[in-house]
Design a protein around this ligand. Structure first.
Ligand code: C2E
Ligand code: CA
Length: 243
């Protein structure tokens, strides 16, 4: 009930974290990350309320709101600066099991006068592959892809299913998990694996984004190996709309 009240009071917000191009370090997009800004207890991060939201069947309402909020911001940025940013949206597993999801997301996107090609749907490989109704999920992802939405595999490398998800889905981009990025410039053992992940992306003609970049040296190492996009505290933390 607190969550319902927070939604109604406008305390649930979509924050945005910049994504930059490796080549010139210019901002090309942003990922929407939900925050619960409680005036009494302060800021709540997704890990503190999304698991409960899933349990009480509120995750879809929250995500729907996050999409509207973030799409409105991207549209406003385009109208005031002329710059078209891409928008990364985290997709929950329930959404992908609904038969009308592709249609609904398209209509939501067009309502905000954005194009599906600007949207990156971030899917955990565990959702895509381990899911009980995985045939439905694969169908929905296929339909979304045909409509022009970009499919990104989130937390790539951690899901035990990396290769089969790349084989079974039409993936446009992999987001290499932070655990393959932290201290990559000095950790020789890690370098072997991260290098292999980047090469895997290249050989399948899939774009590669590195998450959780916190230092310049990490970014430089990754750029030299051909990673095309970065996201992480080194460039920007997730920020509220106004910032
Ligand atoms: P994720 O999709 O892997 O998102 C990246 C997380 O890493 C975010 O945590 C972000 O704040 C954090 N991060 C980004 N750069 C850095 C860095 O350089 N260093 C470190 N240490 N952390 C960094 P956050 O915002 O707490 O989100 C946690 C998870 O909650 C997300 O992981 C995502 O799976 C989920 N989530 C967030 N917002 C939403 C949402 O609106 N809907 C759904 N369904 N899930 C969401
Ligand atoms: Ca994500």
């Amino acid at each position: 009930s607190e969550m319902v009240a927070a939604m109604a009071a406008g305390h649930i917000e979509a924050w945005l974290q910049a994504q930059v191009s490796a080549a010139d370090r210019a901002v090309v997009g942003a990922e929407a990350l939900v925050r619960w800004n409680d005036p009494e207890t302060g800021l709540r991060r997704p890990d503190q309320f999304l698991p409960l939201a899933e349990e009480v069947d509120m995750i879809e309402v929250i995500d729907d709101f996050v999409r509207d909020d973030a799409m409105a911001t991207i549209r406003e940025i385009r109208e005031t600066t002329g710059q078209s940013l891409r928008l990364g949206l985290n997709v929950n597993s329930k959404l992908l099991r609904r038969p009308d999801t592709a249609e609904r997301l398209l209509s939501q996107t067009l309502t905000h006068r954005l194009e599906p090609g600007m949207l990156d749907l971030e899917v955990l490989e565990t959702i895509a592959v381990d899911s009980e109704n995985s045939a439905d999920v694969l169908e929905t992802l296929d339909a979304l892809s045909q409509l022009g939405f970009n499919i990104q595999l989130d937390d790539f490398g951690t899901g035990r299913a990396s290769l089969s998800s790349l084989r079974d889905l039409k993936v446009d981009c992999i987001k290499i998990d932070r655990s393959f990025v932290t201290d990559i410039d000095t950790n020789k053992e890690l370098q072997i694996f991260t290098n292999a992940l980047i090469k895997l992306g290249h050989s399948l003609d899939i774009e590669v984004l590195a998450e959780g970049v916190e230092r310049a040296e990490e970014a430089d190492w990754l750029q030299e190996r051909g990673c095309q996009y970065f996201q992480g505290y080194y460039f920007a933390k997730p920020l509220p709309k106004a910032e």
